[in-house]
Design a protein around this ligand. Structure first.
Ligand code: HEM
Length: 245
């Protein structure tokens, strides 16, 4: 009988695993809350209810954004598999490796990777970029919609009517704002809400692709991709392509 090859490697460090699961919880919460904001009227939500949901969405959004910022900083400090070059689809021979991976897939051969495989790098980069877009646009909207930090005071100062203390400008009350400045602020907001809306759907699509690809690769290669994101340890049944990178 052929000898079966098994090897266990420490791959995902603790900060990377913590980021991943905090991010999962936040994104699920943000999608649910965002869905309620989108279809609030159809769900019979009055303006106070909508404001409450937006406020909760923003508080969860702070956790989400801080977690994301820490992760992006960790990409400068973490272990080999947490760093920028472990997930950005560039670097030495990237296209050659991608071609090799796709050819192997087509031929039904399995390539093993400690970190992300070349196709996975594309997916992880697309996910991270979409998360950055959601965090940036969300933080601006928190300022334009409910005058919350970090930009809320800038928008309050922009639209306060003359003689009105900017701190008294609150969501839903329009009689202490300058009408022209308010209209300008709302057109400034437009591209941010559009991006926030489009990327809501992009993220849902990427989540399906991500989960589908992980399950497919786990079944095909026999590697424990899912439990590795809990334990940090990957068990591979073949020699990894990226052992020496
Ligand atoms: C993956 C993360 C996120 C998802 C999936 C998400 C999803 C959504 C969705 C679907 C909406 C409704 C858009 C609309 O009304 O047209 C929304 C609105 C909003 N989001 Fe997010 N969001 C995310 C992150 C954030 C973050 C990080 C913040 C800020 C800290 C934020 C702040 C807001 C605000 C203020 C609104 C209200 C905009 C409005 O008045 O309609 N979001 N979000």
């Amino acid at each position: 009988m052929e000898k079966q090859y098994y090897n266990s490697y420490s791959v995902w460090d603790l900060p990377t695993r913590l980021f991943h699961w905090i991010n999962v919880l936040c994104v699920i919460a943000m999608i649910c809350l965002g869905t309620i904001i989108l279809w609030g009227s159809a769900l019979g939500l009055n303006s106070d209810g909508k404001l409450l949901i937006k406020t909760i969405h923003v508080y969860v959004g702070y956790v989400f954004a801080i977690n994301l910022i820490i992760r992006l900083m960790w990409a400068f400090m973490g272990n080999r598999f947490a760093r920028w070059n472990s997930f950005l689809p560039f670097g030495r021979n990237y296209l050659k490796k991608l071609k090799g991976y796709l050819t192997a897939e087509k031929e039904g051969k399995t390539q093993f990777y400690l970190g992300h495989n070349p196709l996975g790098k594309l997916a992880v980069s697309a996910i991270l970029l979409s998360l950055v877009i959601m965090a940036t646009t969300g933080l601006v909207l928190a300022g334009t919609d409910i005058y919350f930090p970090p930009f809320g005071t800038i928008f309050q100062q922009w639209i306060a009517a003359s003689g009105v203390n900017p701190a008294d400008v609150v969501s839903g009350v329009k009689d202490n704002v300058d009408v022209a400045a308010y209209a300008e602020m709302r057109s400034f907001r437009k591209p941010f809400i559009s991006l926030h809306n489009w990327f809501f759907y992009v993220i849902i699509g990427l989540i399906f692709i991500h989960i589908g690809a992980v399950i497919f690769t786990e079944i095909k290669s026999g590697a424990n991709l899912i439990s590795a994101m809990f334990t940090g340890k990957k068990i591979l049944t073949g020699e990894p392509e990226d052992k020496e990178e």
